[in-house]
Write a protein that binds this ligand. Structure first.
Ligand code: NDP
Length: 327
């Protein structure tokens, strides 16, 4: 067994937290030979529920769980952590304007960014799941001036996995037969699931499906999958979101497979004409814990329009939270 690493999870008593913690503790994220110490953050009223979750974690007697810290103090939660999964966020309430939502989340993610800056390991890897995830990641990043901006990422992996699943079902293949799917942009309904470079069993995906299915069925289904699950289940997706968060972190830690890529929400460097700085879903390869944007992909007019629309939404979200950035 290796020396334990510390993994922080916020919103740990929530429904994604409940689906996430047991899998991290079981070794699904970092491997069966990597013990973890979980640092669980909750708001004060949720501490009793969190205590119940900690009791259950202990009762699993996981070989890879080396300790649990449960707290409502962000400075304790992020002390010396190697990984941070920021799940807890303020959901949009009835009649809540977008501006109020961004403001409420600013009050969560600005102090969390500062606490990561002050207390986390210098190479901490941060994933934001709580919505609006891309802009929450930007707020945290902009309050952590001593960390590399590239350490802050947002989750578009659930959308990526949803795209794999839809395409596999349509072509009668397994998700493992598919390569090079991309989710560009925001984790919102403006995201652009792109199949132009994807292959199924080595064949171009778009040669196996018709354009009408791609435009009118596949893209909206992936974009609106979250709402469809709420309608069917009466509750938002949680296990699949947790699973995607584990995939995101495992890929970041362990790398991408040869000949494939994944989608990650990362700070734009201007690649593909996207506004520098916004946290934008890109195709990336990962090696030795470092991600690189896949370069040189041909972008046609259809893709360009959709990539620009989701970039525009992210620039507008950024304009609404700039006052929350540390000077
Ligand atoms: P969930 O665990 O279901 O969701 C948490 C966040 O993940 C929400 O912002 C949600 O966004 C987002 N999310 C991202 N992708 C998905 C997806 N595919 N499906 C569903 N959600 C997704 O929420 P709960 O209300 O059950 O739990 C939240 C917990 O966070 C509570 O226990 C609360 O006390 C805690 N919290 C902790 C904070 C902290 O630690 N400082 C701060 C705020 C809350 P969306 O709302 O759009 O569904």
């Amino acid at each position: 067994m290796k020396a334990p690493v510390r993994v922080a999870v916020t919103g740990a008593a929530g429904q994604i937290g409940y689906a996430l913690l047991f899998r991290i503790a079981a070794g699904d994220m970092l491997g069966p030979d990597q013990p973890v110490i979980l640092h669980l953050l909750e708001i004060t009223p949720a501490l009793p529920a969190l205590n119940g979750v900690v009791m259950e974690l202990n009762d699993c007697a996981f070989p890879t769980l080396a300790g649990v810290v449960a707290t409502d103090d962000v400075n304790v939660a992020f002390r010396d952590v190697d990984y941070a999964l920021l799940v807890g966020a303020r959901p949009r309430g009835p009649g809540m304007e977008r501006k109020d939502l961004l403001e409420a989340n600013g009050a969560i993610f600005a102090p969390q960014g500062k606490a990561l800056n002050d207390h986390a390991k210098r190479d901490v890897k941060v994933l934001v799941v709580g919505n609006p995830a891309n802009t929450n990641a930007l707020i945290a990043q902009q309050n952590a001036p001593d960390l590399d901006p590239r350490q802050f990422t947002a989750m578009v992996r659930l959308d990526h996995n949803r795209a794999l699943s839809q395409l596999a079902e349509k072509t009668g293949k397994h998700t493992t037969d598919i390569r090079k799917v991309t989710i560009w942009g925001n984790h919102s309904s403006t995201q652009y699931p792109d199949l132009h470079h994807a292959t199924v069993d080595g064949k171009p995906a778009l040669s196996l499906v018709d354009q009408a299915w791609y435009e009118n069925d596949f893209i909206p289904t992936v974009q609106q999958r979250g709402a469809a699950i709420i309608k069917a289940r009466g509750a938002s997706s949680a296990a699949s979101a947790a699973s995607a968060a584990i995939d995101h972190m495992r890929t970041w830690a362990q790398g991408t497979a040869e000949g494939d890529w994944v989608s990650m929400g990362i700070p734009s460097d201007g690649s593909y004409g996207i506004a520098p700085g916004v946290i934008y879903g890109y195709p990336v390869t990962v090696k030795n814990g470092k991600y690189e944007i896949v370069q040189g992909l041909e972008i046609n007019a259809f893709s360009r329009a959709r990539m620009d629309a989701t970039d525009k939404e992210l620039r507008e979200e950024r304009a609404g939270v700039e006052h929350l950035f540390a000077k």
